[in-house]
Design a protein around this ligand. Sequence first.
Ligand SMILES: Cc1ncc(COP(=O)(O)O)c(C=O)c1O
Length: 416
Amino acid sequence: MPDGLTDISAFEQLESNVRYYCRRWPAVFVAGRGAHVVAETGQRYLDFFSGAGALSYGHNPGFLVEAVIEHLRAGRLVHSLDTHTPEKAGFLRTLERCVLEPRQLDMVVQFVGPTGATAVEAALRLAERVSGRRAVVAFEGGFHGMTAGAARVSHSLPARDHTGCRFLPYRAEPDHEDLVLVARALATPIDGELPGAMIVEPVQGEGGARPFDRRYLGELRRLCTEHGVVLIADEIQAGVGRTGPFFSFEGSQLDPDIICLSKSLSGLGLPFALNLIRRSLDRWSPGEFTGTFRGSNLAFVSAAALLEHYWSQPDGALETARHGELVEEALTQLAGTSRVPFSITGRGLLWGLTFDDERAATAVVSAAFRSGLIVEACGERDRTVKLLPPLVIRHDELVEGLEILSRAVLGLSEAD
Ligand SMILES: Cc1ncc(COP(=O)(O)O)c(C=O)c1O
C-alpha cells in the first residue's frame, strides 16, 4: 500500500458482506464540491449519482456548510428529540412560506426518524389508523425502503414479504383498461381485507426513472377518494426539485393525503425525513410514533437555508428544465447511434437508459467510472443506467458527463 493511502483491508476484514456501492466504485473518496468528488489518489469524478438522490444540490454547498458551522460554533443544540428549538420553528415557517402556502397545501409536518424508510413506515401506519385497514395498493417498479413495512410495499424487493399488498403495473401511457384495473384493485380485498392506502412514486426512481402519466395520477386521486383510500406520494427521491418543480407530482391532480420527503431535503446530505399530512387526517395521538433522531437541528438549519435560497420563488431558482432538455437531446442522439439499443425515460434531471441486454447497463456503469463519471444501474434486473446529476451542475460539467456516458455506451459491443 503506497504511503498515506487508506488501508482498504479494514473494509474487507471488518465490514459486512452487505456493502455494495464500494464494489461498484472501488475508490476511497476524500472530498467533494459541487458536481465533483475526489478520490485520495487525486482522481476527480463527475458525480451523476448524487448520493442516490440525497445530494441534489451538490457536494458541500458553501452556504449550507457555513450555516451548519455557525450553528455548531454558537453551541446551539444539535439533538433535541421533538422538543421546541428556534431552528425547528425557523424550518417550519420557511417550509410554510416556500412550499406549503404557494401550493395551497393545508398540511402539518410529522418529523420522523432520519431515513426515508421511516417516513414510509409512518405514512403506512397513519393510513391504517385513518382507514382502519392495513392492505395497500402499490406499483410495479416501486421502491420505498428496506424496513419491514416499506419493503412490504416495494415491488423491487421480490424476496420480501408482500402480505396485504397488491401491485399494479406501471404503464408509461395508460389507457382506459388501466383505470379499470385501478378501480378493481381498490374494490377487491387483498388477503381478506379491502385496501386502506395506495402508495405511489409519481416519478419512479429505483424503478428506472419512470414518470407516471399526469392524467393517470389525477385519476388515482379520484379513485382513492371514491373508495376511501388514503393516497401516499413517496417524493423521497423525485421530490425537492429533482424533476423540476418542488414535488414531482406538480402539474397533475394527484393531491396526496400524505407526502414523504427525505434525501435531498437538508441540501447537505444530512439524514432528515418528514411527512406532510393533510391537516384533517392528522389522527396521531401524542407520542404514538416516536424516534430518537427526529430533532436534528443541523438539518433544520440547513434545510431552511436551502429552501430560502432556491425555493423562495414557487418555480425555484434552478435550471432543471433546461438542463433536462439537454440531457434528453443528448440521449436521443445517442440512442440513434448506439449499436446496442436502449429506451429513454425521465423528467427534469432524473433520466434512465434501459437496455434489453441484461449486461449492458452494468458494463456502462463500470466503463463510465473508469473514465471519471459516477452513474448507477437500477430497475428490473439492473437494466437501466440512471442519471441523477446535481441540480446545480454547470452547463460544461453536464456536457462533459454526457460525453463520458456516450463513449461508455458506444464502447459496448453486442457481444458485451
Ligand atoms: C422513492 C424512495 N422511497 C424510499 C426510499 C428509502 O429511503 P432510505 O434509504 O433513506 O430509507 C428510497 C431510497 O432510495 C427511495 O428512492
